[in-house]
Design a protein around this ligand. Structure first.
Ligand SMILES: C[S@@+](CC[C@H](N)C(=O)[O-])C[C@H]1O[C@@H](n2cnc3c(N)ncnc32)[C@H](O)[C@@H]1O
Length: 252
């Protein structure tokens, strides 16, 4: 993991879940989408790669047996430390690349389902990593990659939107990498209509809640916040569409 990314998650781990409190309905909606799309059934061997704090695993837990816990892989020990104390989740401090190349020994020989939500943008060589991860799947196994598209509707300052766009992989390229790895792939864009309080949103940005914000200096961030204050002026609430690409690959 890049040093600036590691530092970002070390810094934000403790309040990561709080960053989502303003959109509790989004968290619930997303958990339902994941459960429906990944269609995990009792006994499946599941890994969440880049699991972070496990916030988006809640929809899978009812079908999880403590004898076959969900493997929560993340290279950030600080994020894994925030996992709930639940014997249906087992932390494994490792990256997607570690899993893909066999640098980490997973307790299950094969996996039936892999979730990777908002972590693929941290992977440098997506085609190679996808080939490795596809190789971990049992026949009929699925990988669900959830990622933000490069162009966001978020009420952020312009430089943050532009930098995010420049750094974020295109869903179509991820889908191609999955298909080249031998998976049959379906892609959909799922939308959530978000409403947030402008002051609260600026507070989140001030705390650099997204990793792209960690790439701005204090002075640049202060300018960005001022730009947002001007743009949000007179608005009692901010409304925007939160779009996520769901890319599902299935091993034949
Ligand atoms: C935006 S958070 C997403 C966490 C969780 N999946 C969620 O949606 O709440 C990104 C996570 O990816 C992890 N990460 C960074 N580099 C990674 C890599 N190479 N492989 C797997 N995970 C990585 C970070 O430590 C962080 O926990």
């Amino acid at each position: 993991m890049r040093t600036d990314t590691a530092e970002h998650y070390n810094r934000t781990a403790e309040r990561y879940d709080d960053n989502w409190e303003h959109t509790a309905s989004y968290v619930q909606w997303m958990n339902e989408q994941i459960a429906e799309c990944l269609a995990v059934t009792a006994g499946d061997r599941v890994a969440d790669i880049g699991s972070g704090t496990g916030l988006f695993l809640k929809g899978l837990l009812p079908d999880t047996d403590p004898a076959r816990p969900i493997l929560c892989l993340d290279p950030s020990q600080a994020m894994l430390t925030q996992l709930p104390d639940d014997d249906r989740m087992r932390p494994v401090c490792a990256s997607a690349e570690d899993a893909a190349t066999g640098r980490v020994d997973l307790p299950y020989g094969e996996l039936d389902a892999i979730l990777m939500k908002e972590a693929i943008h941290h992977v440098e060589d997506i085609p190679a990593t996808m080939r490795g991860l596809a190789g971990l799947l049992a026949p009929g196994g699925r990988i669900l990659v959830i990622t933000l598209p490069p162009r966001l509707d978020y009420p952020l300052f312009d430089a943050a939107l532009e930098r995010f766009e420049a750094r974020q992989p295109e869903p179509a390229d991820i889908a191609r990498a999955m298909s080249d790895a031998g998976l049959s792939v379906t892609e959909s864009l799922r939308e959530f209509e978000a409403t947030v309080d402008p002051d609260h949103y600026r507070e989140l940005v001030g705390k650099r809640w997204m990793s792209v914000l960690a790439t701005f200096s204090d002075a640049e961030l202060a300018d960005g916040l001022e730009e947002m204050r001007r743009k949000h002026s007179g608005q009692a609430e901010l409304r925007y569409t939160d779009r996520s690409a769901f890319i599902l690959g299935r091993r034949p």
